[in-house]
Write a protein that binds this ligand. Structure first.
Ligand SMILES: [Mg+2]
Length: 194
């Protein structure tokens, strides 16, 4: 077992959240789609709000796939604006963590090596994640989710799988999980071979 701690932070429904925040709307209560209707009804929705996901509508659906009875706001994609806000949020992380320990993964995801900061801030990994998520929320109005793991892979899996199913939006996985996965993998392999 290592004692490393990685936190992967994702900005929830990033483009759609930016468009809501700039309109003074709550993405958890507002139906909003980021899409360009000029591309026709087959155009892809680049993002939808959590409120729309709660209706069972899939992220990256096509415009015609949104049920007719659902009323929603359409926001035109503004990539330059999203990049500005992403950079601004990166600046927020820099208030807490050195650039060497921040690894941007995409416009709305970063990995942070939190290993050396837990004792500085006297926080548990989860408390450190909350501190960063709160800073993002305060600065940008955007809700973040986090995955915590003892390596990059586990932090990412914790984010993508575990964080979605817990009320505090923070997933946690350590190497015990990984060992379990390996055992499951071995069993599956032996079953195939026998
Ligand atoms: Mg996201």
């Amino acid at each position: 077992m290592t004692d490393k701690v990685f936190i992967c932070i994702d900005l929830k429904s990033f483009y759609a959240s930016v468009e809501c925040v700039e309109r003074g709307l709550d993405p958890f209560k507002t139906n909003l789609v980021v899409a360009d209707p000029a591309r026709g009804r087959g155009g892809i929705c680049l993002a939808i709000t959590p409120a729309m996901k709660d209706l069972g509508i899939h992220n990256r659906c096509r415009i015609f796939e949104i049920p007719k009875n659902v009323r929603y706001i359409t926001a035109l994609p503004r990539m330059k604006r999203y990049m500005e806000i992403s950079a601004d949020i990166y600046g927020t992380y820099l208030n807490f963590v050195a650039p060497d320990d921040i690894h941007p993964y995409s416009i709305d995801e970063v990995f942070i090596d939190a290993t050396n900061y837990l004792h500085i801030y006297r926080k548990t990994p989860k408390e450190m994640a909350v501190m960063l998520m709160n800073a993002v929320k305060e600065r940008s109005g955007i809700c973040a989710t986090a995955g915590i793991g003892t390596n990059l892979f586990l932090a990412k899996v914790a984010l993508d799988i575990t964080a979605k199913h817990v009320p505090d939006h923070i997933g946690y996985l350590d190497e015990r999980f990984f060992v379990e996965m390996q055992i499951i993998g071995e069993i599956a392999k032996n079953t195939r071979e026998s």
